[in-house]
Design a protein around this ligand. Structure first.
Ligand code: MN
Length: 232
């Protein structure tokens, strides 16, 4: 068997404390999972069923990346999120069993073309161009559960050029990580290599070329990134 052209490389993520890489299969994301963010997006933060969207795996960007300002938007937003890395697959996973499927945790930024996402929402179109664009998933190294344990609480925050913009606690999630894994596995068979961005706390806002962004979750590697300056 030969390929008509070289197949794309498998995207991979850094793993804290080892040279081994985490091969990424899919990137799932959860919408509106913190009450204060649901309110700032004009929604009622009731415990409606969690809903999901995706980004392509090759949208992943390593820690320290300079992300180009995306085309076709005038309102690029940051969304700092706890990311769950799946190490063992499964379908219809029980909530109590979900932690056993988790390889580790990382910090991600669910970059969003807010203007296109809002237009899509209002016209009932898919979110792909607002959420799943190139370079839209910067992420720090994955901390394996084996070393750090599970992340159930802790400060989550993001700053832009040193100004704190987002702050919350992972414990404030409307749907907790095991519930997210269990529900997602009723829609898709999860596989090792899947990543789940678990939603963002309040304070989302715009980014500009040249901005320096830092974000974190207690106990995980901080995420550092910049929006690349525009070329003249
Ligand atoms: Mn998000």
């Amino acid at each position: 068997m030969t390929y008509a052209f070289p197949p794309p490389r498998t995207p991979t993520a850094e793993i804290h404390g080892t040279e081994q890489r985490f091969p990424v299969r899919r990137i799932y994301c959860v919408g509106r999972n913190y009450p204060a963010h649901a309110r700032e997006m004009g929604s009622n933060p009731e415990r409606e069923a969690p809903f999901f969207f995706s980004k392509p795996a090759d949208a992943l960007m390593p820690n320290g990346a300079a992300v180009p300002y995306p085309s076709a938007t005038a309102n690029l937003h940051h969304e700092i999120e706890l990311v769950v890395a799946i190490g063992r697959g499964g379908r219809n996973i029980a909530v109590a069993a979900a932690p056993d499927h988790i390889f580790g945790y990382a910090v991600g930024n669910d970059l969003t073309r807010r203007d296109l996402q809002t237009a899509a929402r209002e016209s009932r179109h898919p979110w792909d161009v607002g959420k799943g664009f190139d370079h839209s998933a910067p992420m720090s190294a994955i901390h394996p559960v084996a070393g750090r344990g599970h992340v159930e609480r802790g400060r989550i925050w993001l700053s832009v050029n040193g100004d704190l913009r987002q702050e919350g606690d992972v414990a404030d999630m409307i749907w907790r990580v095991p519930e997210i894994v269990a529900t997602l596995s009723t829609f898709f068979e999860l596989q090792p290599g899947d990543l789940i961005f678990t939603g963002t706390p309040a304070g989302v806002g715009p980014l500009q070329p040249g901005d320096r962004i830092e974000g974190g979750v207690d106990g995980l590697d901080q995420l550092h990134m910049t929006i690349a300056p525009l070329k003249d």
